[in-house]
Write a protein that binds this ligand. Structure first.
Ligand code: ZN
Ligand code: ZN
Ligand code: FE
Length: 757
């Protein structure tokens, strides 16, 4: 007696070869019925022997296609129709609410690469080769359900050969929406910086490779936008790119052909190598090897290098033709959003490059490369973007109402949540730039649309001056404000599926506290509903507001004032400022009661970096702290001196005072101790004091878990010291891995908090 079941599959199940997978197994099991995409995911009706139905349901859960993320399989028995029509794939149902997650952009698979390399194949050297297992998704989809007319491939009509693949359930390209070939698909085009075409087709690729081989800069259209590419081994070429991009020191990522090529440049442990080769193909930051051919100007003054493997056939073909590692950096000037349309690329990148290698498949949504860092353990995601967004995450508790969380201001991301599903956008960038602001509005629309969320509440930072806050308030929806450091800890909780309470350590640049001062070195007893500030770093003057962020020497003067008083601060001002009058003015500001103060841990790192002569001015965010960490890492973790930190109770609040730590840094510097030893002693002292304070506060408040969040914990050395010291106490420690600890994770934390509102 045949049975019939209706099976609802949810998760990331569209655009990942799910229907052909179901088709093949259903046919092999002798089942009849159908499978189709709809706005909730995949719907299957199967009829046949009970044991065969069980087997198909088991495969859906236990062995789905590689790119699928199945979150639910719900089977219900329906009336058997005795249908003898066999098994079919039927057209998507466009009705209903679009709930089905759109899958991530995925690197070209081995089967496709083999075709591209085979002179007898019709896709030989075709740069846009893809199949159901690989290719563009998020960046080309314009609507859901995910079908070809709802992508930027809508304008390309498949040729007979492609259509036959698309229609054949046994083919790897069955229902591969971006399916294309040289006859019917996008065509590469090489053009001059003014947009004039010089070559098309394979000649364009060969021409671009020739220019790159000759040390020129070529803007290359990838999946999520344009990159600027140049020969990474050519110091002259790298210097030219830096000059044109007005990017002084911020490191460039390097594209290499394969894992072996990456290992020649960087020390990659197993986790870092796995991340590098994963279908999302992030940039992996790891320790640079010495004696590599990569020009020093690629990552000046840093012990680490970011490497990445090619993720489209176009990048593979370019690399093979050039035969050397290529710098591949976002196609933008400084921190603006990456250029993603051809017109924009000609306007903004034309002046920065010698040629553009573009093509006629539009990019619907811009998406920068993702960045992860090797840590020795699991990798840490620093930027969650192409190849990771918009893969949904789970909230530890359901959102009472559909919500939108707009994040903070730097490294901006937004998040939408419905039920327990939360979807984070790609990396939007720093909202200080007008172009990023436009990109921000676009990202919100796109994400709400794709995730099928119509927000009923909007969540923002407490800071009224953030552009994100202003936009949130303008949306004419009920709003919830979440304090910045509470959001950091909530993001860490959410990543681990926890609701708290925990003792949270939130160390970052700055965020506004409810008292109107700038926080950034906070110890909070926090759960998703609220927090209490139970400890913090001692405040230091912030002389000159935002210019103190760009000029760490100002923080050095401020902390000298806190540690040793005004006479020493005047001396520091005279020694560190490029102009003595400015030095005196900053020392005077540091001494004045009316100067705003901050408890920022990030600014403390800046101060110490400047005191050690590492850097008095930065050209990119957190540069001084990154270089101070690099210096500390030249010394082994074990055996570093522990510089002292004072502690005092202000009522029931524990205040950690780094004054003695800074005084020791200055004394050791003046005694001629090597800066690397001082940097190590600073990390050790601050890290141990932080761990001890967290452990004590956890004990007082009856907590067994400590959560570490905030951009300062991108510092692997500090994290290692804190985690090591906490491990000895028996407390459980939560750190970030899948979501950035920096402000890129704020929107997740906001969503987790506001879920209860
Ligand atoms: Zn493929
Ligand atoms: Zn074709
Ligand atoms: Fe922050």
């Amino acid at each position: 007696m045949p049975e019939r079941r209706r099976v609802r599959v949810t998760g990331t199940v569209q655009g990942v070869g799910f229907r052909p997978f179901v088709y093949r197994h259903a046919v092999a099991l002798g089942l009849s019925g159908f499978v189709r995409n709809d706005s909730e995911g995949v719907l299957i009706e199967i009829e046949g022997r009970g044991s065969s139905l069980d087997e198909l349901c088991r495969l859906l859960t236990d062995a789905p296609p590689p790119l699928a993320r199945v979150t639910g399989v719900r089977a219900t028995t329906t009336r058997a129709g005795g249908s003898a029509e066999g098994f079919r794939i039927i057209a998507s149902a466009p009705e209903g609410r679009p709930d089905a997650p759109v899958s991530i952009d995925t690197a070209t698979c081995d089967a496709c690469l083999a075709e591209v390399a085979d002179p007898a194949d019709r896709r030989y050297r075709y740069p846009f080769t893809n199949c159901t297992d690989c290719g563009p998704r998020y960046t080309i989809v314009t609507a859901v359900p995910y079908d070809r007319p709802a992508t930027t491939m809508a304008g390309f009509t498949m040729c007979g050969a492609c259509q036959a693949e698309y229609d054949d359930p046994a083919d790897r390209r069955f229902h591969a929406q971006p399916n294309a070939c040289p006859t019917c698909g996008p065509t590469p085009r090489l053009c001059l910086p003014d947009g004039t075409t010089t070559d098309v087709g394979d000649g364009a690729l060969r021409g671009a490779a020739r220019l790159l081989g000759g040390g020129r800069t070529v803007a290359v259209k990838g999946l999520g936008g344009f990159h600027l590419a140049t020969d990474a081994t050519d110091p002259e070429a790298v210097a030219t790119l830096r000059r044109r991009k007005a990017r002084d020191d911020k490191p460039f990522a390097v594209l290499v052909a394969d894992l072996t090529g990456a290992r020649a440049l960087c020390d990659l442990d197993d986790a870092a190598a796995a991340a590098l080769c994963s279908p999302g193909r992030p940039i992996v930051v790891a320790a640079k090897r010495s004696g590599t051919p990569v020009a020093p100007g690629v990552a000046p003054g840093l012990p680490d290098l970011g490497v990445m493997l090619p993720y489209t056939a176009l990048h593979h073909l370019l690399l093979v033709a050039v035969g050397r590692p290529l710098v591949l950096t976002s196609g933008n000037a400084s921190d603006e959003p990456i250029a993603h349309t051809d017109d924009d690329a000609v306007a903004r990148l034309g002046p920065l490059c010698d040629a553009l290698l573009t093509h006629d498949r539009p990019i619907h949504i811009r998406c920068d490369d993702s960045v992860v860092r090797g840590t020795g353990g699991p990798v840490q995601v620093l930027r969650r973007s192409r190849g990771m967004a918009p893969e949904p995450l789970a909230l530890p508790r359901p959102a009472r109402r559909p919500l939108l969380a707009v994040g903070a201001e730097l490294k901006s991301t937004v998040a939408v949540a419905k039920g327990t599903t939360v979807t984070l956008s790609h990396h939007i960038g720093d909202l200080e730039h007008l172009a990023a602001h436009r990109s921000f509005v676009q990202a919100i629309d796109h994400l709400c649309h794709l995730a099928g969320v119509r927000p009923e509440v909007v969540v923002h930072d407490l800071h009224p001056e953030y552009l994100s806050t202003k936009l949130a308030v303008d949306l004419d929806l009920p709003t919830v404000a979440v304090q910045h450091h509470h959001a950091h800890i909530a993001a860490c909780l959410a990543e681990h599926g926890r609701t708290g309470p925990v003792l949270g350590v939130a160390f970052d640049g700055t965020g506004l506290g409810p008292d109107g001062s700038l926080w950034g070195g906070e110890l909070l007893v926090a759960d998703l509903d609220g927090y209490e500030r139970v400890g913090h770093l001692a405040p230091a003057p912030l002389p000159g507001g935002t210019s103190a962020i760009r000029e760490p020497w100002r923080m050095a003067v401020a902390w000298t004032h806190v540690a040793l008083g005004s006479a020493s601060a005047e001396g520091a001002g005279a020694a560190l400022a490029d102009d003595p009058a400015k030095g005196a003015a900053v020392a005077a500001l540091a001494a004045r009661d009316t100067t705003p103060t901050t408890t920022s841990a990030g600014r403390l790192f800046d101060a110490v970096a400047a005191l050690l002569g590492v850097r008095g001015r930065v050209t990119y965010e957190a540069q001084a702290a990154i270089e101070l960490e690099a210096l500390a890492r030249t010394r082994p973790l074990a055996g570093a001196a522990t510089y002292p930190v004072d502690r005092r109770w202000d009522g029931t609040t524990l205040v950690l005072d780094p004054g003695p730590l800074v005084a020791t840094v200055i004394a050791e510097r003046d005694a001629g101790t090597a800066p690397a030893d001082i940097a190590a002693g600073f990390h050790e002292g601050l890290g141990r004091a932080t761990a001890a304070a967290a452990a004590e506060l956890a004990g007082r408040h009856g907590l067994s878990t400590v959560a570490l969040s905030g951009g300062v914990f991108q510092n692997a050395r500090l994290t290692a010291v804190v985690v090591g010291a906490l491990a000895a106490t028996g407390l459980e420690v939560l750190t970030h891995h899948r979501v950035p600890c920096n402000d890129g994770g704020i929107s997740l934390g906001q969503a987790a908090v506001a879920a209860g509102a």
